[in-house]
Design a protein. Structure first.
Length: 235
């Protein structure tokens, strides 16, 4: 008789946590990298606040969410970048079977998300792919042996005024499979720093209530000047 793998119970518990539509909706919403209140997530998932509270309790206890309280408000966010990577990777596997949007509003929101969005704390969608490709073409990022910044890439980040905080175990550069483009975009410390800089400098702004972002005219000028990206690819 073959002994059971000791990791099987933990994997089954993790799968069970995600295998609920309301909890999955919360995890996907939290990929925007921000903290949400329980009420906001309840409205987003379309369930009662009491029901959502039970779901959040399970996700927090399971280590997928981190919780903090401010006054009477309860906020939750994804526990860390590893959880975000897990959710995004799973979403990439099911995206081809997604149903077509039923309304014009849903279609517009989907188009905006595909054009540009945040994936936890880095850029994704066509915008994320355009930036990743530009970094690669200019010799700042290597993809042939896994994602890695070159010496020229490190110099570029420094010269552009984008500090790379190389502390902890998070990789400097990591490939993240883009669920709409089906290609990898830049994640890791460098991806997060670039996204944060783009938002802080007004190169990109968030639009709508989802994770969608769009490039501003100032962002078109900056990304065209710094990376040679065709402005048409940023719209």
């Amino acid at each position: 008789m073959t002994s059971k793998d000791p990791g099987a119970p933990g994997l089954a518990r993790l799968a069970g946590l995600i295998a609920d539509e309301s909890r999955a909706a919360c995890l996907l919403a939290l990929l925007d990298g921000r903290a949400w209140t329980a009420g906001e997530l309840a409205r987003h998932a379309g369930v009662a606040a009491s029901t959502l509270s039970e779901h959040l309790g399970k996700l927090v206890a399971g280590g997928l969410l981190a919780e903090e309280r401010q006054g009477r408000h309860r906020y939750v966010r994804l526990a860390d970048e590893r959880v975000a990577q897990l959710v995004e990777d799973l979403a990439a596997q099911v995206a081809p079977q997604a149903r077509r949007p039923r309304t014009l509003r849903a279609s517009s929101a989907g188009s905006a998300m595909a054009a540009g969005r945040t994936c936890y704390d880095h850029l994704a969608g066509r915008l994320g792919i355009a930036v990743t490709d530009a970094l690669t073409v200019r010799g700042l990022l290597r993809q042939d042996t896994g994602f890695a910044l070159t010496d020229a890439g490190l110099t570029w980040f420094d010269a552009t005024g984008i500090p790379l905080r190389r502390t902890g175990r998070r990789p400097l550069a990591r490939a993240c499979l883009d669920w709409t483009e089906r290609r990898p975009h830049l994640a890791g410390v460098a991806g997060a720093a670039l996204c944060r800089h783009a938002l802080d400098e007004g190169w990109c702004v968030r639009i709508g209530s989802e994770r969608a972002v769009k490039v501003t005219p100032a962002g078109e000028d900056a990304l065209t000047g710094l990376l040679g990206i065709d402005p048409a690819a940023l719209r």
